[in-house]
Design a protein around this ligand. Structure first.
Ligand SMILES: [Ca+2]
Length: 217
């Protein structure tokens, strides 16, 4: 097949895009979307195109910022609007989750759906500082995000992610680095109940803070 089929566009906003219009040039087709989160996924039928243009159609006091943009290739299956929902990342329900950490600061703050509350190391980052999440039951997931909220410099500089079904036997999932207040790590699908994140380097200048931690499948 000559051209790559594009059907999923991922945008990571620093600020919310209120309303936007997506134009696929050369095929003269357009899609509209409404941004509600910092990380925005837009699905549309496969197109053969070279240029993609995104036009803001809403207004808001916040700036419009894009930290990263990615376009995904389609698989070879036909695509029709309405099918896309199952391909979009789905946030896991956190209502039955609990957390603990290597420091006694309020760990539940990273699960309370409030970017203004946070868990923090309350000291400079040190290797082996950790947080652990209990999902309450074994679940499937393949993406983790950690947002340090308004503590923009308190993101984990480098860390490991391990998972477990029983809290005793641990499976190494990823070694990752953070470069921004919103960290997103994707990995092979995990079927696990426990997730543990541990720092692997020291950074005495900045605390480690997490305002919100989420998982997606
Ligand atoms: Ca919070």
């Amino acid at each position: 097949m000559q051209a790559m089929l594009k059907k999923l566009l991922k945008l990571q906003w620093n600020d919310m895009a209120v309303l936007m219009l997506l134009l696929i040039t050369q095929v003269s087709e357009s899609r509209t979307g409404e941004g509600k989160n910092a990380s925005l996924f837009i699905a549309f039928p496969a197109h053969e195109a070279r240029y993609i243009k995104i036009v803001q159609t809403g207004t808001d006091s916040h700036w419009w910022s894009v930290a990263e943009i990615a376009v995904y290739t389609a698989d070879q299956t036909p695509w029709t609007p309405g099918e896309q929902d199952e391909l979009l990342p789905t946030e896991l329900d956190r209502t039955s989750w609990t957390a603990k950490a290597s420091t006694s600061e309020d760990v539940s703050a990273l699960l309370d759906d409030n970017l203004n509350s946070r868990w923090t190391s309350a000291s400079g980052q040190q290797a082996d500082q950790w947080i652990q999440i209990d999902l309450g039951s074994i679940q499937n997931f393949s993406r983790l995000t950690m947002d340090s909220g308004s503590s923009t410099n308190d993101y984990a500089r480098s860390f490991t992610i391990v998972t477990s079904t029983d809290g005793e036997q641990w499976n190494s999932v990823s070694e990752a680095v953070g470069t921004d207040s919103l960290i997103s790590v994707t990995f092979t699908n995990q079927k696990a109940r426990y997730v543990k994140i541990a720092l692997t380097t020291d950074n005495a200048e900045w605390w480690w803070s997490i305002a919100e931690l989420k998982l997606y499948h």
